[in-house]
Structures are given as C-alpha cells and as structure tokens.
Design a protein around this ligand. Sequence first.
Ligand code: MN
Length: 430
Amino acid sequence: MDANNDPDCTGIITWMHTFSPSKMWIRGLSLLQKPYLHINTQYNKSIPWDEIDMDYMNLHQSAHGDREHGFIGARMNIPRKVIVGHWSDETVIKKIGSWMRSAIGAYESKRLKVLRLSDNMRNVAVTEGDKVEAEIKLGWSVNHWAIGDLVARMNEVTDAQIEEQMDRYVKDYEIATKNIDAIRYQAKIEVALRSMLEEGNFGAFTTNFEDLYGMEQLPGLAVQNLMKNGYGFGAEGDWKTAAMTRIIKLMSQGKSEGTTFMEDYTYSFEPGNEMIMGAHMLEVCPSVADDKPRIEVRPLSIGGKSDPARLIFNGTKGSAIVVTLIDLGGRFRMIVNDIECVVPKHDMPNLPVARVLWKPLPDLSTSAEAWILAGGAHHSVLTYAVTADEMRDFAEILGIEFIHINANTNINKLKNELRWNDIAWRLKDL
Ligand code: MN
C-alpha cells in the first residue's frame, strides 16, 4: 500500500534470498498496483566448496526461495518481469535498468494528459480510437480544446516573448531563410502553445491542418521545438501517437539518442537497397537530427495557409525502433519494428521537410507485409533510445497486446500469432 501511494515509486523489486512461504504474500500482492519485478539472485557468485555448510545453504537459497515466490505470481496471474543472474553481472544490471525505464513509461502513462487541438483528420481510421478505453487501460486523459483557444492565447503573446523564443532558435538552429516574419510567427505559436501545455499540465498535444481557423501557418517549427523539449506530438489529431511519443521520451531520460513522431512516407524498392523514407508534412523532432537543423520557409501544398517555417535535417544513423499503437475495437495492440537507420547519400534539395531513412528488419517486404497484416498505422514513434524489449515490458505492465517485427519474423508464424492472440484477448475480456 505504501508503494501504491508513494509518488516517487514507479515500481517494486522483490527477491527471496531465503525461503519465504508465499501464502503470506497474497494479501499484499493482491493490492499491488505498481509494476513488479522479481529478481532471482543471491549474494555469493560462486559456491565456497571448502567451507560450504548448512548455514551457508540457508542464507543462499534463492534457487528455491524464488521458485516459491514465482509460484504465487503465476498462481495470482500478476503481470511481472523475472530477471535471473548474479546482482553484480553487467547484463543483469542492464536488464534491471531497462525494466525501470518500462516502469517509468507506465508511470507517465497513468498520469498523462493530452491536449487535443481539434479532432482527427477527416475520414482517417487508424488515428481514431476509444478515448474512454485509453483512460481506463492506459491512464491517458485525452480532451479537446478549440483552435480558437490557441489563437486567443497567441494574440496575448508579447514582442519580448517572441524575441526570447527567437534567441533560442538562433542558438540551436541555422536560419536559412530571409523570411524572418514567418519564423517569428512560429515563435508566437510556440509561446502560446507552451503556456497552454504548462498551465494544463499536459505532456502531449495534437494539431490538425484541417482546422487552423484564425491561424496564418500550420504549426511546424513550433511543434518540432516543443517535441525537442520533451512534449509528445501527433499530427492530424493522432492522440495515440502523441501520447506514445511523450511516454517514450520519458522512458529514454538521460540518454542522448532521440525520439520523434514519424510517418512512413515513401519507399525505395531499389534491389539490394530497399528502404523506407519517413518524414511528415513538417513535424519531425530535431532530437534525431544528424546535422544542424536549418530553418527554412517553404510552401506547403496542404492546409491552404501561408508558407510555414520548419526545421529541415537528415535523421542520424543507428539502430532504432518504430512503435505504433492501434485500437482494434476490443483492445489496444502495440506493434514494434526493429529498424536500421542510414544517412541519406543524396541531398534532396527539393524535399522541404526533415526525413529519416531506414532499413526495416528483417527486410522491407517482410516488415511491411507484417506491419500491414498486424494493422500498424502510418504514424509511429521512432526512437533510437528505447528498445523493443522495453516496449514489450511496458505493454505487459499495462496489459496490452504486443507484436514485435524483427530479424526473425516469419510471415506464416506471425499470421498464427495474430490469429491466436485474437482468441486469447477475446477470452481475456470475458
Ligand atoms: Mn500524418
């Protein structure tokens, strides 16, 4: 009960260095609401062959004490992580660290508020979802505000506030346009939006290019810079991806690798060099940039507004994952794909947006087939900082389905997994 109520506690770790009859754990474990890690370790690494006696045995008996403890977890069907190994072992420490990141994700999830400016993009299916179910299952409070609320706040932004914001842009980015007014407009959006986020204690937000009444530009640079500062974001009203971007950013705390809202945009089917190019109309987070982002002002062929200022850059190289969350009606499914990001060899001077190029595992055609069969969205969170295993633990803690597309993915096996999961999750709901 103390663990449940302690705001500084994101989870509990148990181990049984001696034998602990587990019927006496039932009342406590039945109350536990925090993520639960069972570590199976013991103090000594090696058996002291010459001195070992029954006293030693009784103080180093997690080999069977933890089996008794494991039984009660299984008997009560409590979601939990089990890690086995000597406590000083690097791999064990790493696994505990990873699990702690998943627990932090669950913690953030349970308190997260999403500022939803306007509705979902018209007629789009995958960005829809049951917000009540999301709040019950994941803890997210997702509520709507009108774009007019933002516009009203923008009208209160002072020149001094805009200057302050401009100084930050100049410090972090290369100004590659003469249209400074367009950048100042994004600064104004950012100041207003940030004040709404801070005042309402929101961790994530969405926008929608179809609803920009009273605004001159689609939020571009403003959104990108807010994402860099840790806010989650989803375009076209995609509150699920907005929330997941925020959660994954917090899970990666202390790491330098970036996390961004992402969209599968276009393919390279060039034999031997198959790749996906991810981008968005504007809103890719500069935390994944390989080079210093440039602020440019270019036309936007969608939304019917003035040319918005945006950051343009290439994504960095390295191993990463893309994460999507869909609502299947009866349940949420998280789909993760392991990817290998590469730096583009071409300049793409006419492409006016930030972009990330990657080779999905096991290969483009299998990955895309698996993703499409599983129902994965075109929107995702791309992160270099959080692993698929960490996302799996996160999904287990919150009790949602998890599908991992990786180097070993086989389409026929995946089809069976989806088929069997469907039955398992339906039974779970009964
Ligand atoms: Mn989109």
